[in-house]
Write a protein that binds this ligand. Structure first.
Ligand SMILES: Nc1ncnc2c1ncn2[C@@H]1O[C@H](COP(=O)(O)OP(=O)(O)OP(=O)(O)O)[C@@H](O)[C@H]1O
Length: 581
């Protein structure tokens, strides 16, 4: 009963009429619209000869609204006929308005989902207020609608409309976006896409933004690392997954990373050749990905976000944070080797898949993983203990040190690598050091949540499993899509705390691999009954790959190539916020 009551109250609030007005359609005789605003949306009730038809535009589909005034007509010739059908409007402060028209126009910008949900259509609704004799009174009325509509768009629940609600100034926009645009992404059309498709939407929603065009690789990373980040509420990249990878890792190079990820939401407007995250976000929110940039642009105008998992990745020379996938084998080969066909855009992947299928390769190595239902055992890299009852084994010098965390990595690296080494300092941060031979490889410090795994060189706990042999593919993905048409983990979620580990053993035939690659577009590859065990897919919370480094191959993290050698990864559930439509 209590549930029913509160449900009833919910419906009452949502159906309560906040504002209502009657409008006439000038072009059609006897056509009257009653327009109502409720917490649900804008109700357009058409009353025509005993026939009533209602259409509701949900608040979710409305991105903004503006009050405008009709524009003064300028005629170059006294005999020119009057253009009557196309109304020109201007901002009332522009000084170009027509004093003789006392009407105030409210323009409402909406992107309405089609009935079959496969597309949104831009629709502008114009309400002309002219019940009063003076423009100021009509303007106040239009502003009252605008104020309430703006509050609803921002997610506020409105129960009452006050007489002072025409005063829009008290709902000042507190959002401001940083846009980082890679002009070289994909086929190099990022600038045009942004100016033509995204700017108009941001203007309709009146979202202020600062645009920075990247000048070189790692520009976005350096910018995010060193800028005054807290002046913005969100960071949006216009480009591919590689650009967002830079931004996310730039954030974790900031000492204030934990405040930054609480404050900032991230967005991605797909303009690259790899647009896996943009596609995954649209998929998880049930948004049509058509045109591809629209879901992300709408997300930028709304105040909604979802938490997203991140994966902390460790190789012998670096630590990074990944949001999409880690790959070894055929998919990484296609991604990296097809770079020479960049000018083709996403079709480059299809072409290169055929090439790789003909020259099918497999790689030797070990894959360790922690199944999703197992616990991560916090590492206890115990030092060997000495039995004082048997002094025969006692060394001449005993050097003891406390060991309350992970083994330091530097001792291993100094033997094996001339690259920068990382070691755990104060729990959640990592310091990059350089070799003592004078090489000045000043890498920024990588912060972020502390790892719970043993270091890359230490043995793994007994609850980990191991696969040894030759593999055509080992690919861990944590989003549904790793490219617009690569539906790799159909059951993936933005924040389920899981990685899907996909394995193709070397025993798979060429036909099976072809069938697998074709199935990636629809997700049919994820049916385990198809593969007789040669292709496996299961969820894990952490894994380690040890490729045989005597062979050559590629390891990729979010589509970016990293050094070929041991790599391990662990998932951190719900670590960052992403903008969702
Ligand atoms: N102005 C620039 N000039 C050259 N490279 C850049 C520039 N800005 C960013 N980059 C680099 O380009 C890489 C790819 O960018 P992005 O992900 O936006 O596009 P993409 O077409 O999807 O690329 P990829 O398929 O290689 O991931 C990024 O990793 C970034 O380091």
């Amino acid at each position: 009963m209590a549930v029913e009551l509160s449900q009833g109250r919910f419906d009452l609030t949502h159906n309560k009429t906040l504002l209502e007005e009657t409008f006439y359609v000038l072009t059609k005789k006897n056509s009257v619209f009653r327009v109502k605003l409720t917490n649900l949306g804008l109700h357009l009730i058409k009353e025509q000869e005993n026939h009533v038809k209602t259409q509701v535009i949900p608040i979710k589909d409305i991105i903004g609204c503006r009050c405008l005034r009709s524009k003064k007509q300028s005629y170059s010739c006294a005999c020119q006929s009057l253009p009557h059908s196309s109304l020109k409007v201007v901002d009332e402060k522009s000084g170009e308005h027509d004093d003789t028209d006392i009407s105030a126009y409210l323009y409402i910008y909406s992107y309405i989902l089609r009935a079959n949900r496969n597309k949104r259509e831009r629709t502008t609704i114009t309400l002309r207020f002219r019940s009063f004799d003076k423009y100021d009174e009509n303007y106040k009325e239009a502003q009252r609608w605008r104020t309430i509509l703006k509050k609803l768009i921002r997610g506020e629940e409105v129960t009452n409309v006050n007489i002072t609600d025409y005063n829009i100034t008290h709902i000042k926009e507190d959002r401001r976006l940083l846009i980082l645009l890679n002009p070289k992404s994909g086929v190099g059309k990022g600038r045009t896409l942004f100016q033509k498709k995204i700017v108009p939407i941001l203007q309709e929603a009146e979202i202020p933004f600062d645009l920075h065009i990247t000048k070189f690789a790692n520009y976005a990373r350096e910018f995010v690392r060193s800028c005054q980040l807290f002046q913005w509420t969100g960071v949006i990249v216009v480009g591919g997954d590689g650009l967002l990878f830079e931004v996310i890792n730039g954030i974790f190079e900031r000492w204030d990373w934990s405040e930054a990820i609480k404050h900032i939401s991230f967005g991605i407007i797909p303009g690259g050749s790899g647009n896996g995250l943009a596609r995954s976000i649209a998929h998880c929110c049930g948004e049509p990905y058509s045109p591809p940039s629209l879901p992300a642009a709408l997300a930028a105008t709304r105040s909604h976000h979802e938490m997203m998992d991140l994966v902390r990745v460790e190789t012998t020379s670096q630590i990074m944070f990944s949001f999409l996938s880690i790959g070894w084998g055929i998919l990484s080969d296609i991604d990296i080797e097809s770079e020479i066909l960049r000018a083709l855009g996403e079709p480059r992947f299809t072409l290169w898949s055929l090439a790789r299928l003909i020259g099918l390769r497999s790689y030797t190595g070990k894959v360790y993983y922690l199944p999703a239902d197992a616990n991560i055992t916090p590492c206890d890299n115990k030092m060997p203990s000495f039995d004082l009852s048997n002094n025969a084994d006692l060394p001449s010098e005993v050097h003891l040190e406390t060991n309350n965390g992970r083994q330091r990595l530097d001792s291993w690296y100094s033997a094996a690598s001339r690259r920068s080494a990382y070691f755990s300092t104060t729990g959640s941060s990592y310091q990059s050091t350089t070799e003592s031979d004078g090489e000045n490889l000043e890498k920024p410090r990588m912060y972020g949540p502390a790892s719970q795994l043993p270091c890359l060189t230490a043995p793994l706990p007994p609850n980990w499993k191991c696969l040894t042999g030759r593999f055509i593919l080992v690919h861990a993905s944590y989003q549904t899509h790793i490219g617009s048409d690569l539906f790799i983990s159909p059951q993936g979620k933005l924040n389920d705390g899981l990685m899907w580990l996909l394995i193709i053993h070397a025993s798979a035939s060429r036909t099976q691999v072809l069938q697998f690659l074709l199935g990636l577009a629809t997700g049919s590859h994820a049916n385990p009954n198809l593969w007789d065990g040669v292709i496996e897919m299961f969820t894990v919370r952490a894994f380690r790959i040890e490729p045989d480094v005597r062979e050559r191959g590629y390891l990729t993290v979010d589509g970016e190539c990293v050094e070929y050698g041991p790599i391990q990864a662990e998932i951190f559930p719900s670590l960052v916020k992403v903008m969702v439509p």
